[in-house]
Design a binder for this molecule. Sequence first.
Ligand SMILES: NC(=O)c1ccc[n+]([C@@H]2O[C@H](COP(=O)([O-])OP(=O)(O)OC[C@H]3O[C@@H](n4cnc5c(N)ncnc54)[C@H](O)[C@@H]3O)[C@@H](O)[C@H]2O)c1
Length: 264
Amino acid sequence: MRIALFGCGTLGSYIAKRLKAGVSGDCQVVGVLDAPRPEAAEVLAKEIECAVAADIESLLKLSPEVVIEAATRESVWECGEECLKKGASLVVLSSGALLDAAFRSRLVEQAKKAKKKIYVPSGALGGFDVARAAYLGGNLRACLTTRKPPRALAMEKDQGTSAEPTTVFSGNAIDGIELFPKNVNVAASAGLATGGPEGLSLTLMADPSLDSNIHRLELEGEFGKATVEIQARPMPENPKSSALAALSVLALLARISSPLEIGG
Ligand SMILES: NC(=O)c1ccc[n+]([C@@H]2O[C@H](COP(=O)([O-])OP(=O)(O)OC[C@H]3O[C@@H](n4cnc5c(N)ncnc54)[C@H](O)[C@@H]3O)[C@@H](O)[C@H]2O)c1
């Protein structure tokens, strides 16, 4: 499968190098793009031996079958439709971009027209097979609690210096994502998996005792109850992101390029 990548930061670089190592099976990275940091794209392309693109048009001229976004939600708004139009499926890591309902429906329409797919990987959380099934069962109540070391959140908002765990946000997932757009893609993905982020309750905590990001998704509905808790180690290069987010993209690519599919 021919893969292109935009965003050559922490997650993008990790994904590209592991694809090159063959962890997702028959996937070849044909080109990479990093608009704000072209030097990062150059370094990565040299290491994994692929083309560097200066813009999205040049990236799409390499005829990728799948384009991975590992950049920002704004980049999804800018480039998402173009990728689908040019015949590539799209993997969206900055899933907060899909909370804009008008944009999401335009993107879905474009995917239908092009007969391509938009994939939202499970990212730094998981259990989306259960969440989707639970939603179909009806009367679903979904709550996500994310706890992070203060340094992961301090990049977006001043958290002060409390030695105690502090709740920095509690409320509707949509409002939380507006306040912490780089930290709560997990909430966006969980919201999409549970029938809409407006129905997802989100609590975001800064906890100085942690060196991992902890996400706990609690579901209750007609199906019964489920709790998914993930303790995901932050990437040293970027404590806002977890390696699990990159691994989930590698697992997704392995799944869609394989004839054997495991899990819902
Ligand atoms: N879905 C999840 O569970 C999950 C988990 C962690 C991170 N994320 C998201 O994934 C994205 C990547 O995370 P990261 O840790 O690698 O971030 P990062 O800051 O390390 O890297 C992002 C890279 O994208 C580049 N970039 C920005 N705008 C671009 C554009 N328009 N075109 C091309 N490149 C562009 C930047 O220059 C940077 O090199 C972020 O939006 C992050 O919030 C999602």
